[in-house]
Design a binder for this molecule. Structure first.
Ligand SMILES: [Zn+2]
Length: 135
C-alpha cells in the first residue's frame, strides 16, 4: 500500500483513534493515509492485532490513559462526522462545511473555487448536486 503524496504547509497533528467498531475502521484508514495516525486504542486485543498487521507502523494500546501520556498526539478521533463537515476545537463542534476541493463553503453551499453545489441531507451531511447535462 502506498500513501498519497500530500504536501501541507503545517505538519499534521498526531491522531489517535479510539474505538474501532463499524465506523472506526474507516477512521483508522483515512487518518493513516493522511499520515497523521499515530495510535489506535481499542479494548479488544484481537482487533488491535489485526490493525497491527495492516498498519505495522502505527502503535496500538488498550487503555485511553496511554493516549493522554503521549506528547506526539494532538487530536483524538472518537466518532464519524457528517460528510463535508468542518470540525474544530476541543471538543470539536461542526463549524462549517467544506467542498471536496478543500474550500470552505458559504451559506448557499456553493463553492467559489470549483463551482460545485451541495444540498443538506440532514443526518448524512452534505451531498454534491450532480450537474445536469443538456439544457
Ligand atoms: Zn470546491
Amino acid at each position: 500500500m502506498t500513501a498519497p503524496n500530500i504536501s501541507t504547509s503545517k505538519p499534521l497533528p498526531g491522531v489517535a483513534v479510539i474505538r474501532t467498531g463499524y465506523w472506526g475502521k474507516n477512521l483508522v484508514r483515512v487518518h493513516q493515509r493522511l499520515g497523521a495516525l499515530k495510535l489506535i486504542c481499542d479494548k479488544d486485543e484481537t482487533v488491535l492485532g489485526r490493525f497491527k498487521e495492516i498498519y505495522p507502523e502505527v502503535e496500538v494500546c488498550l487503555a485511553v490513559n496511554d493516549i493522554l501520556e503521549r506528547e506526539d498526539i494532538q487530536a483524538v478521533v472518537t466518532k464519524n462526522v457528517l460528510d463535508h463537515a468542518l470540525m474544530a476545537g476541543n471538543p470539536a463542534p461542526r463549524t462549517g462545511w467544506v467542498c471536496a476541493c478543500g474550500k470552505r463553503l458559504e451559506e448557499d453551499l456553493a463553492c467559489s473555487v470549483c463551482g460545485a453545489e451541495y444540498r443538506d441531507e440532514g443526518a448524512k451531511g452534505l451531498a454534491k448536486i450532480e450537474e445536469r447535462s443538456g439544457g
